[in-house]
Design a protein around this ligand. Sequence first.
Ligand SMILES: [Ca+2]
Ligand SMILES: [Ca+2]
Ligand SMILES: [Ca+2]
Length: 467
Amino acid sequence: MRYTLLLSLLFAAVAGRSQIFWTENFNNGCTSLCLSYTGPNGAWSFTNTGNNASGANAWYISCAENGMPPNSCGAGCGGSATLHIGATSPAILADLGASYNAAKETNVRAESPAINCSGQTNISLAFNYIENGEGTLDNATVWYYDGSSWSQLSDPAKTATICPGGQGLWTAYSIALPASADNNANVKIGFNWTNNTSGGTDPSFAVDSIAISGTPTGGNAPVAAFTVDHDSICQGQCLTFTDQSTNSPTSWSWAFPGATPTSSNVQNPTFVCYTAAGTYTVTLTATNASGSDTETHVIVVNPLPHPILIVNGHNLSCPNAASYTGRQWFKDGAVYTGFTGPSLSVTVNGSYSLRVTDSNGCTGFSDTVVISDLAVQSINSSETTVSLYPNPNKGTFTLNGVTGIANTSATIEIYDVTGRVVMQDKIAVRNGSINKEISLDKDIATGMYLLKINTGTGRCTLPFRKD
Ligand SMILES: [Ca+2]
Ligand SMILES: [Ca+2]
Ligand SMILES: [Ca+2]
């Protein structure tokens, strides 16, 4: 009857309210002298907690002391076994119920199997019991195991001695378990009996109808869900995943095929990195005491763009440059400031590459092209061949070459990239040749410049760079 009632309570419970999740009724069908017990929850064990005399009292599991409802007097076997302390000697007194030999020193604790409190909070312990003995000398106490050590939880009072024939009065008792029991899969409860040799009064101690209740943290299995900081990334990038599962999962199992790492058990994995382009499925399985659920999500990893360069002399061009959303030329591994066009006319020796950004937001480089045959900067027109060197320079350089005119002069103008004239001069032409060292003002900025020579009949333009 009692068992049926407990089951009813279990199924009537509503999530969010305290409900019974563990019971023990000791109903093993034994009428007397049973010293061990393995029930639906597992085996109870017995630990000496002090000196035990030869012939000490022991824990019996039988209906020699029958389990009774609260406010009922003790009785002989009625089919409800209890856990109780009884004499082992003399043999004629062995297990007559909660009746002990007060001359045999006893210290022994009955310990429950592990009680899984996962998914539970605000946990409390309730049971019915009878107890007498002799103050704290012959006494039962309640103990608690948190998974690593035992501690005394309480010392239930002696029960009333109003029943005829020295029987105990069955009494209901309950007490909260420590917070360390919350979500703890390895809780145990224990009943310690101690008695000395100074005499005492029956009943010793008997317990029955243990019920442990708690408030479920979830009550339902998780509904797995998660977010990711980007659905679409570029090769080599990493992702952060954020768990959004409901019903309080207690463990997470992530699978990241194709990524590094390939799996994780943390709630919110970070630095999940993909080195190869492709489409990948991420799986999260979220679990709590009530069950588990799985959610998947597809990640697209885009390849990096690799623009093709066409090399024509000193001219580099990218035929499909217009298809990219961003362009930047690089010289010798560094940004070549100011050069973002689809082609590049190289005027200075170096290694060149083009960085582009595509419509996915991915950035990649062309192969590197090395230009090494620009010892000097020179340009031809029909009658004028003039070289400018060194290039680049610090603002001092030499113009050298031949012109199509005899002894006269030529004008030079130097422009910056905005078209502003930064220097004008007139230089001599002797025997048709120019040989002139030019020094720019010290306050002229570094950058690209154009030097234009005009001989009257011929013109040429020489780009150079001041570093
Ligand atoms: Ca019972
Ligand atoms: Ca007590
Ligand atoms: Ca005593």
